[in-house]
Write a protein that binds this ligand. Structure first.
Ligand code: GLA
Ligand code: ZN
Length: 679
C-alpha cells in the first residue's frame, strides 16, 4: 500500500500550533515578531481562531474578520498553512446573556452562569443556529484562501448538560431506541425497587438528587450525551462541507476521555487529531512507564481511522494545570515528539505559539516566552525539532501494520465503572489494559486499539481486557474470529452482562463464549488491597494474584495455572482452549505483571506474531514501525536517561544520515533513530 498524506497539497510534517493573535491586536510589533519567529523555529502550520468568537462577532450579527484576514495572509507569506478552527468551544458573553438556554444545567438541574469554556448545551437550537452562522461566515470567507489546509472543529468537546431541552431529547432518544416502555423496563430491570416507568415523561436523567441506581438508565444517559455531542459535531461539519467540501475536518480528542465514545465520534471525521500533556519527570523510573501509557494513547488515536493522525497540541515545556508542573528535561522534547511520529503522527503542534500575558494560562509553556525572543532554551529545542521534521517528508502519510489489537469499548467501560460489585474503588480496567500494552511495548510489537465494530480478521491476536459487557452479536464476532484461526486472550470479568447491562444467564462467560473458552466461570472473589493469592503454573513457575480471583472450571480447556491457596486451591487460574482453527486463552486472576506477561508471550509465539526487532530489547528501549509500499521505517527509541546498545542481523540504513546499520547499535540517552528496512 502506498502512503497517503492527510493534506496531499502540503505533504510535510506539520510543526506549529495554536495561534491566538486576537489577544495581541493592540501591539503590531508582536504580530510582526510572531512571523519572524515562526520561520526561525522551522514552523509551517498555525491552528487559528480556536477561541476567537468574541473577536469575530463582537456583537450579535456584527462581524469583523480584520485580525483573521491578516493572520491568514501573514502565515501564508511566511510559508505556512492554517488549520482553521470553528469557535464553538467558547461563546461570547452577549450570546449567553441574551439567550440563557445556551448555558448548561448541572446534574442538580441548575442553570450555570456564563463562564469557562464548553459551558454550553449541545441540544439548544439557538446555540446550534449561532454556531452555524459563524461557521458559514468563516467557511465562505476563507474557502479559497491558499493557506487553508483543513478544519479544526471546536476544541476538545466534553461535558454533559441536564437542561430541560437535553432531558426532552434524551426521552426522544430512548423512544427511538426502545420503541415501547415495556421493552425499556425489561432492559433496565426496573421492577427492582419498584422503578417501573409508566410514561416516557417520568424518565429523568440520573442525578445525585434522584436516580443513580438503575444502571441501564446511567448507561443510556452516557450514551445519549456522547451521541448528542457527536450530533452537534455533525451539525458543525455539515455547514463546512456544504461550503468547502474538499477540506478535511477534525476535532481534537483527549485519549480515553470518559464523556464521549471516540469510536462513534471518529467515524464522522476525515482525520483524527489528539492533544497530549504527559507529566514527564526526568527520571527513568517514572518516564519509562509513562512512555508506555503515552504510546498506548497514540496507538489508540491512530487506530480509530487506521491512518496517520495529527498531534494537535502538546507543550514545548510545561503545563500549568497539574498539581505540580515540571519542565521537560533538555532533550526530552525531541524524544517525546519523535514518539508521536513513531506511532503515526504527521505533526508536532503546540499549545500555544506565544504565551498569553494574562488570565489562566499565562504560565503555560509556549514556543515564545514572555521574554519575547528566540534566546530561550525552549525556543532552541523547538527549533532543533523543526529542523529535524523538515527531513522527514518521506514519512508523511505512511501507515502502520499491526498483527495484534487490544479491544476497548466505551459502553463496557461505563457499565463496568457503574457496576456495584467485586471491588468498587477502582475496577482496574485501565491498569489491565496497560499491563498488556506495556508488555507489547517492551517487545517492540505494533499494536492497534480497536472497538467492537472494527474488523477483527486483520489480526493474528486479539487481547480482550475486562470486556465485562458485550452483546450476543459481539460474542459471535469473537467466536468467528477464533473459529477461523485467530488467537484470543481474555481476562477476568469477560462477558458478564449484555449491551443493556443485564447479566447473562446460564453460566459465564456469556455471549456464547463459554464454549469458545471451554470454561465455566462460577464465582469471582475480590481480594483486599493487602491480600494476595499464590498461583502455580503447570511447570511449577509461581505467580501472585491480586484484586480478582475467579473460580473457574475447565469444560475441555487445557489448564495452564492453578490457584495455590484459599478455598479454591488446586482449581484452574488460567486456561487455553482450541476452538475451530484458533485458540482462546482465559486468565481468571489479576496479577502484578509477570503471569499476564508470560501468558501473553506464549500466545504471541503460538500466533506467530512478528517482533519488529530481531533480538530482545533492553529495558526502556522500544521499536515501532510505519510502512510505505516495500519500505518499513523502524523507530528505535531509547526512553532511558542512560546509554543503551541493541543488536540486529537486519540490513538497515539510517533515514536521516544514510549510515548503514547492522550488528551493534549504540543509542545515546533519549535518542531516536529511524531505520529503513526494505522488504
Ligand atoms: C487543552 C486545550 C488548550 C489549552 C491546553 C492547556 O488541550 O485545548 O486550549 O487549554 O489544554 O494545556
Ligand atoms: Zn442542554
Amino acid at each position: 500500500m502506498k502512503r497517503k498524506p492527510i493534506f496531499p497539497e502540503f505533504p510535510h510534517m506539520l510543526h506549529g500550533g495554536d495561534y491566538n493573535p486576537d489577544q495581541w491586536q493592540h501591539d503590531p510589533h508582536v504580530l510582526e515578531e510572531d512571523m519572524r519567529l515562526f520561520k526561525l523555529a522551522g514552523c509551517n502550520e498555525m491552528s487559528l481562531g480556536i477561541f476567537a468568537w468574541a473577536a469575530l462577532e463582537p456583537r450579535e450579527g456584527e462581524f469583523d474578520f480584520t485580525f483573521m484576514d491578516r493572520a491568514m495572509d501573514d502565515i501564508y507569506k511566511a510559508g505556512g498553512r492554517v488549520i482553521l478552527a470553528t469557535p464553538s468551544a467558547a461563546r461570547p458573553i452577549w450570546l449567553a446573556k441574551k439567550y440563557p438556554e445556551v448555558l448548561r444545567c448541572n446534574d442538580h438541574f441548575e442553570r450555570n452562569l456564563f463562564g469557562r469554556r464548553h459551558n454550553h448545551c449541545y441540544t439548544s437550537p439557538i446555540y446550534r443556529e449561532k454556531v452555524a452562522i459563524i461557521n458559514r461566515k468563516l467557511a465562505e470567507r476563507y474557502k479559497d484562501h491558499p493557506a487553508l489546509l483543513g478544519w479544526h472543529v471546536s476544541n476538545e468537546y466534553n461535558g454533559r448538560c441536564w437542561c430541560p431541552l437535553c432531558q426532552e431529547a434524551f426521552r426522544e432518544y430512548l423512544k427511538n431506541k426502545y420503541q415501547t416502555l415495556d421493552a425499556l423496563n425489561r432492559a433496565w430491570w426496573s421492577a427492582f425497587w419498584s422503578h417501573t416507568y409508566t410514561d416516557w415523561s417520568q424518565i429523568d436523567p440520573p442525578s445525585p438528587r434522584g436516580e443513580m441506581a438503575v444502571h441501564g438508565l446511567t448507561l443510556e444517559w452516557k450514551r445519549f450525551c456522547s451521541h448528542q455531542t457527536v450530533d452537534f459535531l455533525k451539525s458543525e461539519i455539515a455547514v463546512l462541507k456544504e461550503v468547502c467540501p474538499d477540506k478535511p475536518v477534525t476535532t481534537n480528542l483527549m485519549a480515553f476521555h470518559d464523556d464521549i465514545d471516540y469510536h462513534e465520534l471518529s467515524r464522522v471525521l476525515d482525520f483524527v487529531s489528539y492533544d497530549i500533556y504527559p507529566p514527564w519527570r526526568g527520571a527513568d523510573k517514572h518516564d519509562i512507564p509513562l512512555a508506555k501509557t503515552i504510546a498506548l494513547y497514540y496507538d489508540h488515536h491512530r487506530s480509530m481511522l487506521h491512518q496517520p493522525f495529527i498531534l494537535m497540541e502538546c507543550t514545548p515545556s510545561t503545563q500549568n494545570w497539574r498539581p505540580f508542573n515540571k519542565l521537560k528535561a533538555p532533550g526530552f522534547h525531541m524524544l517525546a515528539s519523535m514518539q508521536a511520529v513513531a506511532h503515526g503522527s504527521d505533526s508536532v503542534l503546540y499549545f500555544q505559539f506565544r504565551k498569553s500575558r494574562g488570565s489562566s494560562e499565562k504560565f503555560h509553556g509556549a514556543v515564545i516566552d514572555h521574554e519575547g525572543s528566540e534566546n530561550t532554551r525552549v525556543f532552541r529545542e523547538v527549533k532543533e525539532l523543526g529542523e529535524r521534521l523538515k527531513g522527514l517528508d518521506a514519512l508523511v502519510g505512511t501507515y502502520t501494520k499491526s498483527e495484534v489489537a487490544l479491544v476497548y469499548d466505551w459502553s463496557n467501560r461505563w457499565m463496568l465503572e457503574a457496576s456495584e460489585g467485586f471491588q468498587n474503588r477502582d475496577k482496574k480496567l485501565h491498569d489491565t489494559v496497560l499491563s498488556f500494552y506495556g508488555a507489547l511495548w517492551d517487545r517492540g510489537i505494533n499494536t492497534d486499539i480497536i472497538g467492537y465494530d472494527d474488523d477483527f480478521s486483520r489480526y493474528k491476536l486479539l487481547i480482550a481486557p475486562m470486556l465485562y459487557s458485550m452483546s450476543e452479536e459481539v460474542g459471535k464476532k469473537f467466536e468467528k474470529f477464533v473459529a477461523e484461526g485467530g488467537h484470543l486472550l481474555a481476562t477476568y470479568t469477560t462477558a458478564m452482562v449484555n449491551e443493556t447491562d443485564l447479566c447473562y444467564l446460564g453460566g459465564l462467560p456469556g455471549a456464547g463464549l463459554r464454549r469458545v473458552f471451554g470454561i465455566w466461570n462460577e464465582e469471582i472473589d475480590t481480594l483486599y488491597p493487602d491480600e494476595t493469592c499464590p498461583v502455580r503454573f503447570a511447570d511449577g513457575e509461581k505467580a501472585e494474584a491480586v484484586d480478582y480471583c475467579e473460580h473457574i472450571h475447565s469444560e475441555g480447556a487445557e489448564v495452564l495455572a492453578y490457584y495455590d491457596d484459599h478455598f479454591y486451591a488446586g482449581t484452574p487460574a488460567a486456561t487455553r482452549n482450541s476452538y475451530g482453527k484458533g485458540e482462546a486463552t482465559y486468565i481468571a486472576f489479576r496479577d502484578t505483571g509477570s503471569a499476564g506477561e508470560r501468558l501473553l508471550e506464549e500466545q504471541l509465539n503460538r500466533a506467530g506474531v512478528r517482533r519488529l526487532w530481531d533480538t530482545p530489547l533492553p529495558y526502556g528501549v522500544t521499536v515501532h514501525s510505519r510502512y510505505d509500499e516495500d519500505t518499513e521505517y523502524l523507530f528505535l527509541q531509547n526512553f532511558s536517561y542512560g546509554e543503551n546498545t541493541v543488536e540486529t542481523a537486519m540490513d538497515l540504513s539510517d533515514l536521516e544520515t544514510g549510515e548503514k546499520l547492522t550488528g551493534k547499535i549504540r543509542l545515546a540517552p533519549m535518542e531516536t533513530r529511524i531505520c529503513v528496512l526494505k522488504h
